[in-house]
Design a binder for this molecule. Structure first.
Ligand code: BGC
Length: 538
């Protein structure tokens, strides 16, 4: 089958800290996930994507790795991961890990060794060091979050960080090599080559344990000052060639979209980021409001019906133009930005958004808890680097999974004070247990959508899409055989659809097909209504 499985997958992202705590220490763990595999199987997902669960001081929630080959003790052991991978696989669920190789933690033995040394490593530096950072504007040379940090010594000079200060950038070399910055290594200098070699070791180590692939954090930040990301993509392409031969079923999914270069694609998919325009113009999971220099525009999934699908559809068409078969992941939300249910968006609005995400020809990624409509909680404390700046708090989308009405919503038996983050205190907070009992719940809708998608190839990522109406109600035909109608606004809407007469509802709420001039029908759809139909064969 090869790595093709990703195209047909529904992915489920688990923030390991907050999913299920089996040992009562207030933090989620792998045993907790094993104990909850029933839920994932019942929901029908095909792959779990875990945020980093490797050893780490957790200055950035585990995106600061101190040992790539060891599961963080608070989550369990490497054997627990193998057990999880095996047990998940028995239920048809694969496990993807998060590969964070743009940087390590300052606590990684590699960094400690270079920090303790008086000068460059004899085999080439794994990190980027310089005596004095350039005095010119370097913003064009570096990814947005990279900057120079004064070495706390004994190593003199400065090191380059990739994100927080505690995340020194690994040295994969530089694209431009100006003479007045002799400390810049070429991509094939000894230090960068050491780092490239270790990538295979890390991947092979976990793939040998049955892992199905990796989501790659900051995938295009590796080579610095790399115009068009050409060398970075080249590096990944090398790795991909090796992967295709050695682990042909494994997938690499980047954080974001792969830059278009002249060669073949290095990654198996693109990921439309929750923070970037395409996703934000649909759902605005908190992003647009945080960028003071960007004018806020209401997203399309807006109760007042003020948004537009134009940006999304344009980006979608561009992504597909390069290779129509290449999967594009689209998430409900993720660990970096607000949930689908954030700001003024209420639970009654989730049906249209989820129906879209599970019937569009993207590969859906469900963020844990979005299947029951968990809320983004504003104003939470800064836990493990959750607060990037005063306007940007990631803690609110990382709160404990709400399983039932037991203590701590069934997440943990710990004293509430010891929880990783507080549980949503709302008396009517959604839970898995309550929604399992209610066939009209968001949880049942997600499960039904996953099942309909699986049973209907025309609704999956391989079939084409034809947008019939790009405004309200958003209306599209999938694979020439299925119609999807979505009205994310509060007010009712209608649309005339040429082939809709006699269509059979597979799943719908608030939609009526009124016969027009056959074979057309007028689709009348209530506010927040959604419908998936099989077109009548003629
Ligand atoms: C991850 C973040 C992390 C950052 C630095 C991101 O893109 O998704 O959670 O803080 O990379 O590793």
């Amino acid at each position: 089958m090869g790595a093709d499985w990703l195209t047909d997958a529904v992915v489920y992202e688990i923030y390991p800290q907050s999913f299920a705590d089996s040992d009562g220490d207030g933090i989620g763990d792998l045993r907790g996930v094993i104990d909850r595999l029933d839920h994932l199987e019942w929901l029908g997902v095909d792959a779990i994507w875990f945020n980093p669960c490797f050893e780490s001081p957790f200055a950035d929630a585990g995106y600061d790795v101190s040992d790539y080959l060891r599961i963080a003790p608070r989550y369990g052991t490497n054997d627990d991961l193998v057990e999880l991978v095996t047990k998940a696989r028995e239920r048809g669920i694969r496990v993807l890990l998060d590969l964070v190789v743009g940087h390590t933690s300052t606590a990684h033995a590699w960094f400690v060794e270079e920090l303790d040394a008086p000068g460059p490593h004899p085999d080439g530096d794994r990190y980027v060091w310089c005596d004095d950072p350039p005095q010119r504007d370097t913003s064009g040379d570096l990814p947005g979050t990279a900057a120079w940090v004064r070495s706390p010594g004994p190593r003199p000079g400065w090191y380059l960080k990739n994100f927080y200060d505690a995340q020194p950038a690994l040295n994969f070399g530089w694209g431009r090599l100006p003479e007045d910055e002799p400390w810049r290594d070429a991509v094939d200098a000894p230090g960068p080559l050491r780092n490239r070699a270790v990538l295979r070791e890390i991947l092979g180590f976990w793939l040998d344990k049955g892992v199905a692939g990796f989501r790659v954090d900051m995938a295009f930040s590796l080579v610095k000052d790399d115009e068009g990301h050409v060398r970075t993509v080249g590096l990944w392409r090398d790795l991909r060639e090796w992967l295709d031969v050695t682990y042909p079923d494994a997938v690499l999914v980047p954080e974001g979209q792969e830059p278009r270069t002249d060669g073949s694609f290095a990654f198996h998919a693109d990921f439309f980021l929750v923070i970037m325009s395409a996703h934000a113009t649909l759902f605005d999971n908190g992003y647009a409001g945080r960028l003071p220099f960007q004018e806020w525009r209401p997203p399309f999934f807006d109760a007042e019906g003020r948004g537009s699908t134009a940006t999304f559809l344009g980006e979608w068409a561009r992504a597909k133009a390069a290779d129509p078969a290449r999967p594009v992941l689209l998430a409900t939300a993720d660990h970096d930005y607000d949930r689908l249910r954030c700001g003024p968006r209420g639970p009654e609005q989730l049906g249209t958004a989820l129906t879209f995400l599970l019937t569009w020809p993207s590969v859906p990624s469900l963020y844990y808890g979005d299947e029951i409509g968990m809320r983004y909680l504003p104003g939470l404390p800064d836990v493990e680097g959750a607060i990037c700046n005063p306007a940007y708090n990631r803690a609110g989308c990382r709160t404990p999974m709400q399983w039932d009405d037991g203590p701590n919503a069934g997440f943990s038996t710990a004293d509430p004070e010891r929880l990783y983050l507080p549980v949503d205190p709302a008396p009517d907070r959604p839970t898995v247990a309550a929604q399992r009992e209610d066939p009209t719940s968001t949880l049942h809708l997600v499960r039904d959508l996953v099942a309909v998608r699986r049973a209907t190839p025309a609704l999956g990522a391989r079939a084409d899409v034809r947008v019939v109406h790009a405004g309200y109600p958003l209306t599209y035909v999938r694979g020439g055989t299925h119609l999807v109608v979505l009205n994310p606004r509060r007010d009712a809407a209608t649309v005339e659809v040429a082939e809709a007469a006699g269509a059979l509802s597979l799943l719908s709420k608030g939609v009526a097909l009124v016969d027009g001039t056959l074979p057309a029908a007028t689709v009348e759809i209530d506010g927040f209504g959604y419908g998936v139909f099989e077109l009548a064969l003629r």
